[in-house]
Design a protein around this ligand. Structure first.
Ligand SMILES: *[C@@H]1O[C@H](CO)[C@@H](O)[C@H](O)[C@H]1NC(C)=O
Ligand SMILES: *[C@@H]1O[C@H](CO)[C@@H](O)[C@H](O)[C@H]1NC(C)=O
Ligand SMILES: *[C@@H]1O[C@H](CO)[C@@H](O)[C@H](O)[C@H]1NC(C)=O
Ligand SMILES: *[C@@H]1O[C@H](CO)[C@@H](O)[C@H](O)[C@H]1NC(C)=O
Length: 388
């Protein structure tokens, strides 16, 4: 059983979690010694695309057999393994025209194929990887992304954007300075040319925010998060997290079955600041944070609910939870942007209060009935009320 959210449909959340933890521990032991296979000089990393992260620098003609790249070092700045194809935008596969989100080229990972690159990181720092991926023929694709000794299997079975491409985020803590980033297709399909397309691999250092005296919640405005590819218009999916301590959205957990979407003010309507979260999959798409509270004290949880101005129309409801207290916030979306504020007052009954948000309903974009969308949440604040 792979360590994915789809596994959650079969096994209970806790069972899957323990299974995944065991797998990870095993992986950590196996990989505790890292051998560097390449002699690339890796410069200390900057936020943005990794070297040749959009695959625009192509292989030499002599390293190509049709679309297949031949030889471990055929793809500049990467090391490949297995059946990896170099795909040009506009190339046809059967009746399907292959689109490429950034530039003109992408890589396709066939069965058990992988691409890897050496990164020079700062030990102890947290990083988030963003990359774009598209399924081609297979229905149940997944990708295993790893920076030894950590890894995560990201499911790609639900499409959120209409052109077939979605961007995904995955975060890790650098336990070593020189590491290998590996993107691996663990799939075994009948047709090896059926694997996912990959493009725009980027990295960003994360600075875990702290609660302040103005807000007990960490990263309540979602300003700290994964890299958003400037040339993509569909945000970044934050997949359901199996391991919450390395969230690409610092402070927050995505504990549900489906992803939430991280959106930017450059391409969406955002209630406050530059970033927000779109709850794209109804009750299956929730974000949560556990806050330290004092038993018997009264708190107000305030937040903004709106729409991303992405043709996501209709009656929406965001449900907020603070421990056992809940609040349903209705929001009528015309799909053109806008927001309202809401407040949930509660008395803490524990030192740790779990705060959670999800959308009651599923919503589809009115301009394209294949993409899931939903209400936006932003500017989450938790304050204790001082008694007079
Ligand atoms: C994912 O990749 C890592 C590193 O290559 C490996 O240790 C782990 O077993 C893989 N997980 C799965 C489910 O394939
Ligand atoms: C990693 O980056 C640092 C800072 O730029 C540099 O001094 C160091 O030589 C790099 N290490 C390797 C192995 O490339
Ligand atoms: C975005 O697209 C523009 C125009 O095509 C290009 O010049 C730029 O390099 C791209 N940005 C990134 C980060 O790839
Ligand atoms: C509250 O926190 C204190 C100290 O951190 C701990 O000893 C106590 O057990 C906690 N109480 C509850 C109800 O969690």
């Amino acid at each position: 059983m792979p360590c994915t959210s789809s596994a959650l449909h079969v096994f209970s959340f806790l069972q899957t979690r323990n299974y995944c933890k065991r797998l990870k521990m095993r992986a950590a032991m196996l990989l505790s010694v890292l051998l560097l296979a390449t002699s690339h000089v890796a410069f200390s990393i900057k936020d943005g695309l990794v070297e040749n992260g959009n695959f625009e620098i192509g292989p030499k003609a002599s390293d190509l057999k049709g679309t297949e790249m031949i030889g471990r070092y055929a793809l500049p700045k990467w090391e490949i393994s297995g059946f990896v194809e170099y795909i040009k935008a506009g190339q046809k596969q059967g009746d399907m025209l292959l689109v490429v989100p950034e530039g003109a080229y992408a890589a396709r990972l066939g069965n058990e194929a992988s691409i890897k690159q050496v990164l020079n990181l700062t030990v102890g720092m947290y990083y988030s990887i963003t990359f774009s991926a598209a399924r081609t023929c297979a229905q149940e694709e997944e990708l295993n992304i790893s920076v030894s000794p950590e890894w995560g299997v990201l499911p790609m079975q639900t499409m959120y954007s209409s052109n077939g491409w979605d961007s995904y985020a995955w975060a890790f803590k650098a336990l070593l300075g020189i590491v290998e980033l590996v993107i691996h297709n663990p799939g075994v399909e009948e047709d090896p040319a059926c694997g996912p397309l990959i493009d725009s691999v980027a990295i960003k250092a994360l600075y875990p925010p702290r609660p302040t005296n103005k807000n007990i919640i960490k990263n309540g405005g979602f300003e700290e998060g994964p890299y958003l590819l400037p040339n993509t218009t569909w945000g970044v999916l934050i997949p359901p997290n199996i391991e919450d301590k390395h969230s690409p959205l610092p402070g927050w957990m995505v504990e549900s079955l489906k992803a939430v979407k991280y959106i930017d003010v450059e391409h969406f309507s955002v209630p406050q600041g530059r970033r927000a979260i779109e709850l794209v999959a109804g009750k299956e798409s929730a974000i949560a944070q556990v806050a330290r509270t004092i038993i018997g004290k009264t708190y107000t949880l305030s937040f903004a609910v709106g729409d991303a101005s992405n043709s996501c129309e209709g009656s929406m409801v965001v449900e907020a939870f603070a421990g056992k207290d809940t609040l349903k916030v209705p929001y009528e979306s015309k799909g053109k942007g806008g927001f309202k504020r809401a407040e949930l007052k509660f008395v803490a009954v524990s030192n740790r209060t779990r705060l959670m948000f999800y959308s009651t309903f599923y919503t589809m974009r009115s301009d394209d009935f294949s993409s899931l969308c939903g209400p936006v949440i932003d500017d989450v604040k938790l304050l204790s009320l001082r008694r007079a």
